[in-house]
Design a protein around this ligand. Structure first.
Ligand SMILES: [Cu+2]
Length: 302
């Protein structure tokens, strides 16, 4: 009998108890007790220059500008994700989100700041915007039309322009790294990997696989790099691209992909396109039930 009651509370019970604590309210007027505020997470935009990358400790030493309303400019070490430590380099200027919580200060959402790269990406985004507007209802690119021009960042934070793929056959889709639905983006990425392998086996020598993020707000170059690394993806001819939200929206319009946030879940459709070496769209498949043969069979070999 005693054993029943002397058992320590289960983990769940303990968690519930802890969760209930901060909700305790003073009973009434005058009974107000100063409660230690829950260790709130603060987020501030930060810009600065990387002085040192430590890819073992996963830290960046950054000489940063003043963080409005938070701290003056100084040189400070920040924790970062392993992929960010692997993507950034000394001497690089970055913009990031400074996250301060009970565990310390870290940088998230790290983007390179390079005037030349940024102006290339911004100019392409502007042209894409204009073109999408001009095409209006005809923005959607049918089979037989060309790949639109774009400039985005890849998983190494390098600028990638559509022109780079000229003379290459491309399989292109849109995914996002946080997609929780196994039959959607994770399945799409598995299919892309299968296409990559089967095309190689079939003797296709000029294939490029391109996955553009649907969620550029979260999917920075470092996040995309981590996504590829965790899945053991061979990125020698498989690029993960991100960039300005506007440019990605316009590409979605032109490629006929629907994506909309509902709370924190991004509801989206899936399309995969095959573009030939002349930059012409020659095939597309919807959803994630297609077979890699559909694509590999339509590729030029040798
Ligand atoms: Cu998805």
């Amino acid at each position: 009998m005693h054993a029943l009651f002397s058992r320590p509370p289960g983990r769940l019970a303990a968690a519930l108890l802890l969760a209930a604590l901060p909700a305790c309210k003073p009973a009434g007027p005058g009974g107000s007790v100063p409660t230690a505020a829950a260790p709130a997470e603060e987020r501030h935009p930060l810009t600065g220059e990387i002085l040192k990358v430590d890819a073992v400790k996963n830290t960046l030493l950054v000489r940063h500008e003043a963080v409005a309303g938070y701290m003056p400019g100084m040189t400070m070490e920040f924790a970062v994700a392993a992929a960010d430590a692997a993507t950034t380099h000394e001497g690089e200027r970055i913009r990031a989100e400074l996250v301060v919580d009970a565990t310390g200060a870290r940088l998230e959402k790290i983007w390179p700041v390079d005037p030349v790269a940024d102006s290339t990406v911004a100019a392409a985004a502007g042209a894409l915007r204009q073109e999408t507007t001009i095409r209006g209802k005809g923005a959607f690119r049918e089979i037989g039309e060309n790949l639109p021009d774009f400039a985005l960042y890849d998983q190494e934070a390098r600028v990638v322009q559509a022109a780079r793929f000229h003379g290459r056959q491309i399989v292109l889709n849109f995914i996002y790294t946080r997609c929780p639905i196994a039959t959607m983006c994770p399945a799409a990425t598995s299919l892309m990997i299968a296409v990559q392998r089967q095309a190689r086996e079939a003797g296709v020598t000029n294939l490029e696989l391109v996955s553009i993020t649907l969620d550029p707000e979260n999917d920075t170059p470092g996040v995309l790099k981590a996504y590829a690394k965790v899945r053991g993806i061979d990125t020698s001819n498989f690029s993960f691209l991100t960039g300005p939200e506007g440019a990605i929206k316009d590409l979605l319009t032109q490629f006929g992909v629907i994506a909309q946030f509902e709370g924190s879940i991004l509801k989206h459709s899936l399309s995969t396109l095959l573009i030939n070496a002349d930059g012409k769209i020659i095939w597309r498949a919807e959803g994630s039930q297609w077979s890699p043969d559909e694509f590999v069979g339509r590729m030029k070999k040798g």
